[in-house]
Design a protein around this ligand. Structure first.
Ligand SMILES: Cc1ncc(COP(=O)(O)O)c(C=O)c1O
Length: 387
């Protein structure tokens, strides 16, 4: 740090010129992210209430009340108004909290957690952090976890099963009802990672899509991750961890005696945490309402269908599976998918590469004209690669 401070004007100018190098959602070039430009009203309230610290909730009881109401709205969205939980830093923290809770409930050593091979890498982080053995289960042809293989993997050390409602790679939804049957039969904790799907599937259902039950309507589900900073249009950081009831949530309770507001409980991984995040989620959910999110999801699905129709028209390309939500896998049986990703990145597309496919996430910042340019580039690149 320099000794003498710099004027605001100088710093803002430097920031403007330096940060111009970053991608922006508005450019339409980010086609591989699960985040998007936050809703303008959410930005506004986030900026206004920055000093709220939910890590000292006794100081900010009104903000804590808003967090509770936000959790209530998320719970209602996921078929359980009684759900209890927190707005956390993101899907990773939410998944850590779920497995941590499962471990504390199990009260044993040598614990194992069964996850689908498609599980987000946050489960690897969580397992390492918590000293759990992670057992990864193969997928079926529809990229869902193979429930038969899950059954075979359960043993006396198993404490929890994880199902995904909207996989990171392809947006597939695991058969949560079947996982629930197994979990109830074997008295196992069942966590559903709906970090992405939680803000998509309920609205797809409203729109008449055939959506399997994936949330608290399934009896064995103990907790759900649902991230407002993905399809919820909230500013980063805003993840959500919901437990079926307050009794379960209380398994994660730490006494923090020094807090100046007098409240002494923490139930999250981090201590000091953003009240502005919870307030922004509360605001954007109430502002958009179910109708607003439905409209957004409907438009994302319209663009998804458009791409799904156009991609196979490009020689050498096909889609990895019929999308369940606004995530498209693009694969090739004849061309090197890594080379296609490299060429797209050289042309300034921000796209995700998985071992066998490219992932396009149709987020609300994308418009038809952006996707038309993407299709043109894909056409050019595949022509060049074919020689
Ligand atoms: C299914 C799923 N779970 C969890 C996460 C982790 O979320 P975060 O990056 O907010 O920690 C992601 C991120 O993409 C995800 O796709």
């Amino acid at each position: 740090m320099q000794t003498k401070g710099l004027p605001e004007k100088t710093l803002l100018k430097e920031l403007e010129s330096r940060l111009v190098r970053d991608f922006t959602y508005g450019s339409g070039r980010i086609v591989g992210s699960m985040c998007t430009s936050p809703h303008p009203l959410a930005r506004k309230v986030y900026g206004r209430f920055l000093e709220k610290n939910l890590g000292d909730s006794g100081l900010f009881p009104a903000a804590a009340e808003i967090e509770d109401e936000t959790v209530g709205m998320l719970g209602t969205l996921l078929s359980n108004p009684e759900a209890s939980g927190h707005i956390v830093s993101g899907g990773t923290e939410a998944n850590v909290l779920a497995l941590w809770t499962a471990k504390r409930l199990a009260k044993k050593t040598n614990c194992e957690v069964i996850v689908p091979a498609s599980a987000h890498c946050s489960f690897d982080k969580a397992a390492d952090l918590l000293g759990l053995k992670i057992v990864k289960i193969k997928l079926n042809k529809r990229f869902q976890v193979d429930v038969g293989a899950v059954k075979k993997a359960v043993n006396p050390n198993t404490i929890a099963i994880v199902g995904i409602a909207g996989t990171t790679a392809l947006g597939a939804v695991d058969p949560i009802d079947e996982l629930s049957e197994l979990a109830l039969e074997r008295s196992l904790y069942l966590h559903v990672d709906a970090a992405f799907g939680g803000f998509v599937l309920p609205f797809l259902k409203d729109l008449g899509y055939n959506v399997p039950d994936f949330d608290f309507s399934v009896p064995g589900v103990c907790s759900i991750t649902v991230d407002p900073h993905k399809m919820g249009l909230a500013p980063i950081p805003a993840g959500g961890i919901l437990f079926r009831n307050a009794k379960l949530r209380k398994k994660m309770s730490w006494d923090i005696p020094y807090l100046s507001g007098g409240e002494t409980e923490h139930a999250t991984l981090v201590g000091t945490r953003s009240g502005a995040s919870a307030i922004a989620v509360w605001t954007v959910m109430r502002h958009l309402g179910r109708e607003g999110y439905r409209r957004i999801v409907k438009n994302c699905m319209r663009l998804t269908s458009m791409l799904v129709e156009e991609i196979p028209k490009i020689e050498g390309l096909s889609t990895a599976m019929e999308p369940v939500m606004n995530i498209i896998g693009v694969k090739s049986d004849v061309l090197d998918i890594r080379r296609i990703a490299e060429e797209l990145r050289l042309r300034k597309w921000a796209i995700s590469l998985f071992p066998r496919h490219l992932r396009i996430v149709i987020m609300p910042h994308l418009q038809e004209e952006h996707l038309e340019v993407l299709l043109q580039d894909l056409n050019r690149i595949t022509n060049e690669l074919r020689g």
